[in-house]
Ligand binder design. Sequence first.
Ligand code: AMP
Length: 231
Amino acid sequence: VITATAHRGLVLLSPVPIYLCYDAPPIFSGTAMTFSTSTAASSTTLPAFGSLPLRSELQESIEALAYESMTAIQAQALPPLLEGQDVIAQARTGSGKTAAFAIGLLNKLDTQSYCTQALVLCPTRELAAQVATEIRKLASTLANTRVLTLCGGRPMGPQLASLRRDPHIVVGTPGRILKHLERETLRLEAVQTLVLDEADRMLDMGFHDDIMKIIQKTPASRQTLLFSATY
Ligand code: AMP
């Protein structure tokens, strides 16, 4: 447990402890499920989602998706994440990382409050689309949840129209998110959860300064979740 970390120049400071989680190699690429013995959740039996303090709607959607047990990264990250701790997790594509942070942000979402409560930053349009799809699947039992993707290379018009309908969750790439912040078409002062997905890739792609400007627009009280394939 640490209280601050430097990640290739990205320094995250937190008033609460940050949990570091390590993930096993991707487990959904074949039939065999293998977990690194060096991970905390390396036993062959992983816990069921029923052991987590989740709202009933989320338990229902997890059941509907037939997610019988947690993946290694979910078993490690979800308990501190659901307590509101900041989490830094090493997790590759295929590990179930998206569901880990999606469950965390959806568990505290107030669907009656029409403001942006969660922001997920992704390095690419393709990843943003996949993340939004996973969030929408898990949010299917939470009535009226609005998830909006904001990525570059897409026309501004439809994005502006969707922003006027106050999305609860915004998933996007840093450049386009920053453009909306500069135009004041997106407001982040009600953000409770900030996710940096594939943070190492975003930094490699030169998004450091954009990310820092975006973070400054979010409340200091937010929960920050950083997922990266490497350290
Ligand atoms: P990701 O690593 O987030 O790209 O997830 C890889 C795939 O695993 C996605 O298709 C998810 O829907 C699926 N998935 C996530 N969590 C679980 C789980 N606990 N059990 C089974 N499949 C899962």
